[in-house]
Ligand binder design. Structure first.
Ligand SMILES: Cc1cc2nc3c(=O)[nH]c(=O)nc-3n(C[C@H](O)[C@H](O)[C@H](O)COP(=O)(O)O)c2cc1C
Length: 461
C-alpha cells in the first residue's frame, strides 16, 4: 500500500511534522510512505508545470493521501495554500477523487481546529474519502500515551484504506453567487484625522472587489489609502525558521519589502480594512502570506488598538470557518472588529449602505478608542500563548517573553494569593454541614451582592 504524504512544512523534511509522519512509517513498515515537500518546493511547482504534473502523477498512483502540515496562523502555510490553489487552477482534481485521506497536524494547539475544518472541506471539494484528522501538539511524541494514540490513529486509517471504507461529505460545496455590484455614490465621512488604509491582495482579480474597494475608499474624506499586496516586494512565504524569535528580526529583512510595509504602513494606520476575494475556503494565498510573514512579531499583538474591518467578495456566508479565523485574529491582536461586508448578502443598494456604514462605524469606534471585550478566542488563545512562551518556547521566543513580562501577560492564577487564601478557608468551612447549608441558601444573592457598589438597586414594584 502506498501513502502519499503531502508535506505542508516550508522546512521540508527537517520539520517537526515529518517526524510524526516518519513515526507512522516505522510503526507500519508494510505501508510505503512517499513524501512530497510541496510547501518547500512551491516556487518550483508553480513555475515548472512539468514538475507539478510529475508530482500529481505520483500522488495519483498512491492508495491514500496523508495531508501532513504544521499550523500557520489558524490554517496551513501560504505555500501549502498555494499548492491547494494550483490543484484547482490546473484541474488536477482527478488525482485525488475517491482517494482515502487523513490529516495530520502539528502545532501548539492554537486554532488547530480551524485548520482541520479547512482541510476537511478541501478533501470534500476534491471528492476524497475523508477519514479524520489527528492533532499532535508539537512535543507529544515525548509522551508514551501520545505515541500509542498516534499509532492507533495510523492503524485505524490504514484499516479504513484497506477496507475501502466509504465516507460522507462533512462540508457542503461552496456555491458562488454572481451578482455584479452596481454601486451608487458614497457620501464621504470625515476621517477626523484618523489614518485609514485598505489592504487588498489584487483588486484586478475580482470585478466586485474592485468596485467595493473603490466605494469604501470614497466613503472616507480624505479618501482612504489603498495598498495591494501584489505591489509589495514579497520574496516568499514565512520559512518557519523562527530566527525572528530572539529580537523580532525577520530573515527577509533588507531582502524584500514586507517588514517595511508592515512597520511603516500597516502599523501607521488607525483604521484598517482587509479586502479580498474568497479562494477555495479561505482568501488567497497572498493574503495568507501577509499573515504568515507578520510572524516576525512573534506572539505579540503587533496591531494593538487598531480598528479592522473586512471587505470580502464571495460566499463568506457559507464559510463560517473563515469568519471565525478572522474574528479570532482580530481579538488576538487586541484590535476592534469593525465588521464584515461581503457581496454575497443583499442587493447593490444594501451593499453600498453596508460599506458606507462600515466607514462610519470605523471612525466612531476609532474616535472613542473602543475595543471590544475579549471572548473565548483571545481568553483561551491568550492562555495557550502565555503558557507556551513562559515555558518551552521561551528560549526561542525571547522577544515575546520580554513583551509578555513588560505588559503583564503572565497573569497566572497561582499568583493570586488573596483568592488562594479565601478559597482554602472557604473550602475548609464548607466541610461543616451547617455552614454548607447556609452557603448554598445564600449563594445566589451573594453572587450579585458585590455588584451593589456599582449599581443602584432597582425600585421594588
Ligand atoms: C508562521 C507560523 C505560524 C504558526 N501558527 C500557529 C498557529 O496558528 N497555531 C499553532 O498552534 N501553532 C502555530 N505555529 C507553530 C507550528 O505549527 C508548530 O511549531 C509546528 O509543529 C511546526 O511544524 P514544522 O516543523 O513541521 O514546520 C506557527 C509557526 C509559524 C512559524
Amino acid at each position: 500500500m502506498k501513502i502519499a504524504v503531502i508535506n505542508g512544512s516550508p522546512k521540508g523534511q527537517v520539520s517537526v511534522t515529518m517526524q510524526y509522519a516518519r513515526f507512522l512509517q516505522l510503526k507500519f513498515p508494510r505501508a510505503r510512505f512517499e513524501y512530497f515537500d510541496v510547501a518547500q518546493k512551491i516556487n518550483k511547482l508553480e513555475g515548472d508545470k512539468k514538475e507539478f504534473e510529475k508530482t500529481i502523477r505520483r500522488i495519483k498512483s498512491a492508495n491514500a493521501v496523508l495531508w501532513a502540515f504544521p499550523l500557520y496562523f489558524f490554517l496551513v502555510s501560504s505555500q501549502y495554500k498555494r499548492f491547494i490553489e494550483l490543484i484547482f487552477e490546473r484541474r488536477a482534481l482527478a488525482a485525488f477523487r475517491g482517494k482515502p485521506a487523513a490529516v495530520l497536524t502539528t502545532s501548539i494547539n492554537f486554532f488547530d481546529s480551524t485548520a482541520q475544518i479547512y482541510m476537511n472541506g478541501i478533501c470534500d471539494d476534491l471528492g476524497m474519502k475523508y477519514f479524520g484528522a489527528y492533532s499532535a501538539e508539537m512535543n507529544d511524541m515525548h509522551k508514551s500515551a501520545e505515541r500509542k494514540r498516534l499509532a492507533a490513529f495510523g492503524e485505524l486509517f490504514l484499516a479504513a484504506v484497506r477496507k475501502n471504507e466509504p465516507a460522507h461529505r462533512n462540508y457542503p460545496a461552496v456555491v458562488a453567487k454572481r451578482t455584479a455590484f452596481q454601486p451608487g455614490r458614497p457620501k464621504p465621512i470625515k476621517a477626523g484625522g484618523k489614518k485609514v488604509l485598505i489592504i487588498a491582495d489584487d483588486i484586478e482579480k475580482s470585478a466586485n472587489l474592485k468596485k467595493m474597494v473603490k466605494y469604501l475608499r470614497e466613503s472616507f474624506s480624505p479618501a482612504a489609502d489603498l495598498v495591494q499586496l501584489k505591489d509589495i516586494d514579497i520574496k516568499g512565504g514565512c520559512l518557519g525558521c523562527m530566527q525572528c524569535g530572539m529580537d523580532n528580526v525577520c530573515v527577509y529583512e533588507g531582502k524584500d519589502g514586507f517588514v517595511d510595509f508592515f512597520n511603516n504602513q500597516v502599523k501607521a494606520a488607525d483604521i484598517l480594512f482587509f479586502a479580498g476575494a474568497v479562494r477555495d475556503r479561505y482568501l488567497s494565498s497572498s493574503w495568507k502570506c501577509f499573515f504568515d510573514r507578520s510572524f516576525f512579531k512573534g506572539h505579540t499583538p503587533a496591531l494593538k488598538g487598531r480598528q479592522i474591518g473586512f471587505v470580502i467578495s464571495g460566499p463568506l456566508g457559507q464559510i463560517t470557518n473563515l469568519r471565525e479565523m478572522m474574528k479570532a485574529y482580530i481579538e488576538m491582536q487586541s484590535c476592534n472588529l469593525i465588521g464584515f461586508v461581503s457581496d454575497d448578502a443583499g442587493t447593490s443598494g444594501q451593499l453600498s449602505a453596508a460599506l458606507q456604514n462600515a466607514a462610519g462605524r470605523a471612525v466612531d469606534f476609532a474616535s472613542r478608542g473602543y475595543i471590544q471585550p475579549p471572548t473565548f478566542y483571545s481568553v483561551g488563545g491568550g492562555k495557550i500563548f502565555r503558557d507556551a512562551v513562559y515555558s518551552r518556547l521561551r528560549p526561542v521566543f525571547q522577544a515575546d517573553h520580554r513583551y509578555y513580562k513588560e505588559h503583564g501577560f503572565y497573569n497566572f492564577p497561582q499568583k493570586n494569593y488573596k483568592w488562594r487564601l479565601i478559597n482554602n478557608t472557604l473550602i475548609l468551612l464548607l466541610k461543616i454541614p451547617r455552614v454548607r447549608r447556609e452557603f448554598l441558601k445564600r449563594m445566589k444573592v451573594e453572587m450579585t451582592r458585590h455588584f451593589d457598589r456599582y449599581i443602584k438597586k432597582p425600585k421594588q414594584v
